[in-house]
Write a protein that binds this ligand. Structure first.
Ligand code: ADP
Ligand code: MG
Length: 365
C-alpha cells in the first residue's frame, strides 16, 4: 500500500485580490521541486508555518499537469490489478470539485473524466494487442455518504430510503447492499451517466435543505479483464470529500451540527488511516467510518493519493491552517528524505484541527 499526499493551491477568483494572498508554494532548496506550503501564523503575521508534502502544485498548474503528474502514472498499476484511490480534501471553495470533476471545456476537465478516458484507451489497446483474447469491461458505481448514510447516485432521489443502503461484510470485503452498477462502454456513455448522477446529487441535497458540499461523493470505476476463465478485477475510486471547514464557527443550526459531527468523524478517521498507512502500521483504523470501511482503506494492496485543495487568500486562513494540520503527516516523510537538515516550524497539533473531534479545545479563535 502506498500513499501520496499532495497540495494544490487554486488561482485567485474574480473577486479575490492579490494583496490578500497568504498561502504560497515553496521549495526546500533552490532547484528542488515545490514540496512546501507556507502560511503566516494567524496570531503573528511575522511568523510563518511550513508544511511539507510529497508535492505541491501552485496556482498556475493546469488540469492536465496535475493529472499527468499524479494520476496517469498509476493507470498501468490499475490494469495490473491494484486498486487506486484518489481523494480531494479541503475547505468548501478551494477547488475539490474543480480538481475531480472540472469544467466542460476540454482543457478544464478534471481527474475523473481524464481517468475514464485513459482507462478506455488502455482497455482498447489491451484488447487489440491480445487480438481480442482479453476483454476489458468498465462498470461504474457512484454514491454519496451523507450523515454517515450511503445513497446511490445512479438512482433517482425519489427512490431513496431515509436509512440509506446497508453495508455487509463478504469475503473480508465491505459491500454496499443494493448499490447499482452501470456498465460503461466509452467516454460518451460515461459522461451521460455521470451528468445524470450529479444532477441526482444536487436534487437530493436540495430536498434535504442541505448542500452537496456536505456529503462525500464516491465514484467507483471497476475494471474487469477476462482472458479465458481468468478474471482480473480492480477498481479506481475518485472521491470528492465533504468540505472540511469547521462550520460551528458560522452556523449553529441543529441540522448543520449533525452534518458537522458526521463529516468531522469521517475526515478524522480518513486522516488516521492515511497516517497509519504512511507509517506502515499493521493496524489501520479503517473500520471506524463508513467511507473508509467501504473503501477498505489500507486493506487492499493499492495506491492512495490525497490531494489537499487550498485557497490562497486570507478569508480562509483558519480553515486552511486546520486542513494543513490534518494532512500534515506528509511532513514526516519529507523530513526524513532531507535527513533532518530542515526543521519545520509548526503550530501545535490539536484535535481542534478537525473541528473538535473527541472534545479537543479550539485553536486560534
Ligand atoms: P469545492 O468543490 O472545494 O467547494 P470548487 O471546485 O467548487 O470548490 O471551486 C471553487 C471555485 O473556484 C469554482 O468557481 C471553481 O471553478 C474555481 N476553481 C477552483 N480551482 C480552480 C482552478 N485550479 N482553476 C480555475 N478555477 C478554479
Ligand atoms: Mg465541491
Amino acid at each position: 500500500m502506498s500513499v501520496r499526499v499532495v497540495a494544490r493551491i487554486r488561482p485567485l477568483l474574480e473577486n479575490e485580490l492579490e494583496k490578500d494572498v497568504i498561502v504560497r508554494a515553496d521549495r526546500i532548496a533552490e532547484g528542488s521541486p515545490l514540496t512546501v506550503v507556507k502560511i503566516p501564523s494567524p496570531k503573528n503575521e511575522a511568523e510563518e508555518f511550513s508544511f511539507a508534502f510529497n508535492s505541491v502544485y501552485d496556482r498556475a498548474t493546469s488540469q492536465e499537469e496535475l493529472f499527468t503528474a499524479e494520476v496517469a502514472p498509476h493507470i498501468k498499476a490499475l490494469f495490473q490489478g491494484l486498486d487506486v484511490t484518489i481523494f480531494a480534501y479541503g475547505v468548501t471553495g478551494t477547488g475539490k470539485t474543480h480538481t475531480m470533476r472540472g469544467g466542460l471545456r476540454l482543457a478544464e476537465r478534471g481527474v475523473i473524466p481524464r481517468l475514464l478516458s485513459n482507462v478506455f484507451r488502455r482497455g482498447k489497446k489491451i484488447m487489440k494487442d491480445t487480438n481480442g483474447n482479453t476483454t476489458v469491461e468498465v462498470a461504474l458505481s457512484y454514491y454519496e455518504i451523507y450523515n454517515d448514510k450511503v445513497y446511490d447516485l445512479l438512482e433517482p432521489p425519489e427512490k431513496r430510503t431515509p436509512a440509506g443502503l446497508p453495508l455487509r461484510e463478504k469475503d473480508g470485503k465491505t459491500i454496499v447492499v443494493g448499490l447499482s452498477e452501470r456498465s460503461c462502454g466509452d467516454l460518451k456513455d460515461f459522461e451521460r451517466i455521470y451528468l445524470e448522477a450529479n444532477n441526482n446529487r444536487v436534487t437530493a441535497a436540495t430536498k434535504l435543505n442541505a448542500h452537496s458540499s456536505r456529503s462525500h461523493a464516491i465514484l467507483r470505476v471497476k475494471v474487469t479483464q477476462t482472458t479465458g476463465d481468468m478474471v482480473k478485477e480492480s477498481t479506481a475510486s475518485a472521491i470528492d470529500l465533504a468540505g472540511s471547514e469547521d462550520n460551528r464557527r458560522t452556523d449553529n443550526g441543529k441540522e448543520r451540527l449533525v452534518e458537522s459531527a458526521a463529516i468531522n468523524k469521517s475526515l478524522f478517521v480518513l486522516s488516521q488511516c492515511i497516517d497509519a498507512i504512511s507509517r506502515g502500521d499493521k493496524r489501520i483504523p479503517y473500520r471506524e467510518s463508513k467511507m473508509t470501511r467501504i473503501l477498505s482503506l489500507g486493506q487492499n494492496n493499492g495506491i492512495t493519493i490525497m490531494i489537499l485543495n487550498l485557497a490562497p487568500v486570507r478569508s480562509y486562513h483558519l480553515d486552511t491552517l486546520s486542513s494543513l494540520n490534518v494532512s500534515s503527516r506528509a511532513k514526516r516523510i519529507e523530513v526524513r528524505e532531507i535527513e533532518n537538515e530542515v526543521v519545520f516550524k509548526q503550530p501545535p497539533r490539536t484535535n481542534s484541527a478537525l473541528g473538535g473531534v473527541g472534545g479537543g479545545t479550539n485553536i486560534q479563535r
